[in-house]
Structures are given as C-alpha cells and as structure tokens.
Design a protein around this ligand. Structure first.
Ligand code: FAD
Ligand code: MLT
Ligand code: ZN
Length: 465
C-alpha cells in the first residue's frame, strides 16, 4: 500500500446528500465552492493535497450526530477536521471524503476552578484552552507550536505531545472524559470529571489517538495543573550530540523543576537564523544545542544553574528569566517547523528511540537517509527528554517514500516507535506493522468494526479500509 499524497479530483457527491446535509446544518455551513474548500483539502506541510465536494460545519453535537447518520446511510466517508495542523495526512480528504470541520464547536467552559478541570468543545484552540485555564488560576499541561490553530479535539484525536510531556504527560494524561459521536451515529458522553471512575472501558482513552477513525470528538473534560509562574530557560551549546542527549536525560534526574528539554543541531539553528533573521543564540557555533526550561512556584534559576554546571560537554549557555527572553529562546526551537517548510515540502518522520541508542541514532540517521537519497537534506530536532526526535527530510518528491521506509525500518529495528506524537495518519500506515503485531492489528480492526460498522470514519487513516 502506497499512500497517495495528491488527489486529482473530488469524488462526485449525490446532490441529494448535499441538500440533506444543508437541511441539518444550514446551507451556509455546507461549503462547496472549490476555491473555499481547497484550504480544507491541503495539509499544513503541503505534502498532502486532497479534494472534496463538501465541507460541513456543524454547530452542535446533535448536528454532528445527524451529519454522521446521514453520511453513514449513504455510505459516504468522512474526514473529521479541527485546525488542520496535523503532520501525517490524516486531516485532509485524500480519497474525496466529505470534510466535517469542528471549528464552530468553539465554546470553552465551564472551568471548575475548585476541581481544577475544564470542559471545552472540540473546536476550541489549544491556546484558548490554555488561556481559560490561566484565567481560572490554573494551567493546562500540554503546549505545542501549533497552539493558535490546533484544536483541543484534534489534540485528543492525535494524542498530541509537545514541549512539556516530560513534566505533565501527553494529551491522554490530561483527559478525563469526552463527548463524541461514534461511527454508529451514537452519542456517548462522559464529562463528569471524576478522578476515580472504574466503571468499565475508558472510551475517552480509546478515542484519544484514534485519529478520527472511530468517531468525532465533540467535547472534552481536561484536568488542569498548578501554574508554574517562576520560569527560567537556557540554550546550552553542547560539545556533541551524545553530550546533549546525556545532559537531557541527566537533568530529568537532577532537576525536579525541569519542564522542557529540547534538542537542536547546528545546521537547524543556522537555518532558523537565516529564515527568521535572528542572531545566533550563542557567540560561537556548537555541534548540538539543548533548550532547557525549569519552572515552579519558587525561582528555579539556582537549581538550573547548579544542575547545568555539573553536566559534562556544556561549552556555552544563554540563560533567560524574563518571559519575553524565554519566548525568544523557545523560538529557536519552535521556528524549526516553519524554517524547514520554507525549503520545500518536507517528509516529516516523528520517532521515539530507546534512551540507550538515542545519541548514536541521532548521529547515524543522516547517513541512513543518504543510503537512499544522497542529495536530500536532513533536519533533526525534537523533544529529546522524551526520546522523541523529529526527522525532517527535504529535497524529496512528496510521494517518494524510500527515505520514509529506510528511516522507519531503522528506528523499529532498534526498538523505537515510528510515531512518537503526530500519529499514523495516511503517511505512516504502510509501516504500522513494524510496531504492532498481527494480534494487535486484528484487535484494532475489531474495534473499528464495532464502533464504525459502515467504515465511514476516516477510512484511509491508521487501520485502513
Ligand atoms: P487536525 O490536523 O485537523 O486533525 C488531526 C487528526 O485528528 C486527523 O486525523 C483528524 O481526522 C482528526 N481529528 C481532528 N479533530 C477531530 C475531532 N474533533 N474528532 C475526531 N477526530 C478529529 N503535534 C505534537 O504532538 N507535538 C508538537 O510539538 C507539535 N507541534 C506542532 C507545531 C506546529 C507549528 C504545527 C503546525 C503542528 C504541530 N503539531 C504537533 C501537530 C499538530 O498540531 C497536532 O497533531 C494537533 O493535535 C492537531 O490538531 P488539529 O486540530 O490541527 O487536528
Ligand atoms: C515540533 O515539535 O516542532 C512539532 O512536532 C512539529 C514538527 O515536527 O515540525
Ligand atoms: Zn514535536
């Protein structure tokens, strides 16, 4: 199976179905103008460009349920879509599916300040969830570069990770319940937020990371975390990749306030500086850079300084304590995504490596790529505190999968994961069996059949038709 990255034309839809969907959500909320729907059919990276005849924008859970029921009755496939910032071609209609956009489900609250929990509709952006938590005197534990566009429903559907997983865990670790429309058309709702609640299958956990293949998440119940207003961040210039990786792992042990540990390499830093016009973060060049952040209720600067001073391989450091300076340091890391995209359509591989082989594999991956694509450029960065490395490759045709194949096999061979945080989507489906046994894949298929018997929910993603 080779996943398509481009779809030439939309599958014609029965005009009666379009009319029927207009009856449900209102004519203005069924978009059919090719110029308008085009932006819903192209992914953020530009690698996956599909086509659709209709984008449906329901405004309530009942409308979502009715849209799903009518598509199910006609056997018409659906791609759920939030902010369309996904990186694995799962949010766009590569086989002409109807797009169901959740962005109109944008109500946040109530924030239960006493419980430290929040209920939000699926289309609320991550940034708005963070702001609502902050306004109530709490914080939300997940943060990532796409925060202004990515929706909380999309975060749940992909089990998004990001910059603070080593401190607070991934999206699943924040999730206490969901409201969702299953592929059957049934609405399930479990938003009570009880911390201890062993009353059977955890459907919210199952839907988390299911990438729109089992149903549409319409609302979520999230746990919040105590705010950590005292922050310090540093970019460390490291002797080499091994010392950067070793430093990240050591800081998890020696610096309890550690809240981020991100790897960058010298060519990535150069690229970000070139594209953004920023000065280099440190006076001289270094083979590897580690962005670290510590935070808490007490000033963690002393603890960070002591912990960093004990690390071997630190050649230089830029430390920031003011929020604006801290943000500027984070921009060197977060800027990698747009900077790489500016070079052309990237292949984005997002892997986890076991700690024991992490440094060696980061050093080896460029030569692994070069065995099949000698002229390609490799950009490595990532959430190294979690063993998560983003392997970005530019200079390849969008549908040339030789590098994807070689890298993902090399990662699986050493016991790594072919998808750390972005999901499988359509882009990685071909390689899922590198990480999952036949028995697991049979269980996946059985779950899919049970919750989406008509096979209409994102049928080309993750488990496949
Ligand atoms: P979409 O892209 O719209 O959809 C993603 C998948 O979820 C698709 O399969 C879609 O069908 C499904 N889906 C969306 N909404 C729903 C719903 N309500 N119900 C059911 N299924 C749904 N990701 C990380 O994990 N960590 C990062 O650090 C990170 N950084 C990023 C930085 C940038 C600059 C960008 C652009 C992206 C980044 N991402 C990161 C990727 C992306 O932001 C996440 O995958 C995010 O969770 C996707 O949310 P979305 O609303 O854009 O979902
Ligand atoms: C990141 O960590 O920057 C994101 O996952 C996005 C990317 O991989 O480019
Ligand atoms: Zn990431």
């Amino acid at each position: 199976v080779t996943a398509p990255t481009r779809t030439p034309a939309a599958v014609p839809l029965d005009p009666a179905l379009v009319g029927s969907l207009e009856d449900v959500v209102g004519a203005a909320q069924v978009l059919t103008d090719p110029d308008v729907v085009a932006s819903y059919a192209r992914d953020w990276t530009g690698r996956f460009i599909g086509a659709t005849q209709a984008v449906v924008r329901p405004g309530s859970v009942d409308e979502v349920a009715e849209v799903v029921a009518r598509c199910r009755d006609q056997g018409v496939a659906i791609v759920p879509q939030g902010g369309n910032t996904g990186m694995v071609g799962g949010s766009v209609p590569l086989h002409g599916e109807v797009v169901v956009s959740l962005r109109r489900l944008a109500a946040v609250g109530p924030v239960d300040a006493a419980a430290g929990q929040l209920t939000a509709q699926a289309g609320v952006t991550l940034a708005d969830v963070q702001a609502a938590a902050r306004d109530a005197g709490w914080a939300y534990g997940v943060d990532l570069g796409g925060r202004d566009s990515a929706t909380i429903g999309g975060n749940v559907a992909t089990n998004a990770g990001g910059l603070r997983v080593l401190r607070y865990g991934d999206t699943r670790a924040q999730l206490l319940g969901v409201e969702a429309v299953l592929g059957t058309g049934d609405v399930v709702e479990h938003l009570g937020g009880l911390l201890k609640d062993n009353t059977g299958y955890a459907l919210h956990s199952l839907l988390c990371g299911s990438e729109g293949t089992l149903g549409i998440v319409t609302a979520v119940r999230l746990r919040l975390v105590p705010p950590a207003p005292q922050r310090v961040a540093a970019i460390l210039g490291m002797k080499d990749t091994s010392s950067a990786v070793a430093a990240a792992l050591e800081l998890r042990r020696t610096l309890p306030a550690l809240s981020a540990a991100e790897l960058m390499l010298s060519d990535g830093i150069d690229l970000v500086c070139r594209v953004t016009g920023s000065p280099p973060p440190l006076a001289g060049p270094h083979e590897a850079y580690l962005l670290v952040e510590a935070s808490g209720t007490a000033d963690p600067t002393g603890d960070l300084t002591t912990a960093v001073a004990a690390l071997p391989g630190v050649e230089d450091a830029a430390v920031a304590v003011e929020p604006r300076r801290i943000d500027a340091l984070f921009r060197y890391r977060e800027g990698h995504t747009e900077a790489v995209n500016s070079l052309g359509v990237p292949h984005k591989l997002d892997v986890t490596l076991p700690n024991g082989v992490l440094a060696e594999m980061v050093d080896r991956l460029p030569s692994v790529v070069r065995t099949v694509a000698p002229d390609a450029s490799v950009w490595l960065f990532g959430h190294v505190g979690d063993g998560n490395v983003h392997v970005n490759v530019t200079g390849l045709a969008p549908d040339d999968e030789r590098v994807d194949d070689t890298v993902l096999r090399a990662v699986a061979e050493v016991g790594g994961s072919i998808s750390a945080e972005h999901g499988i989507g359509t882009a990685k489906r071909r390689w899922l069996s590198l990480n999952r046994s036949e028995a697991e894949l049979r269980a996946f298929a059985a779950l899919k059949r049970a919750l989406d018997p008509a096979g209409i929910m994102n049928p080309h993603v993750l488990v496949g038709p």
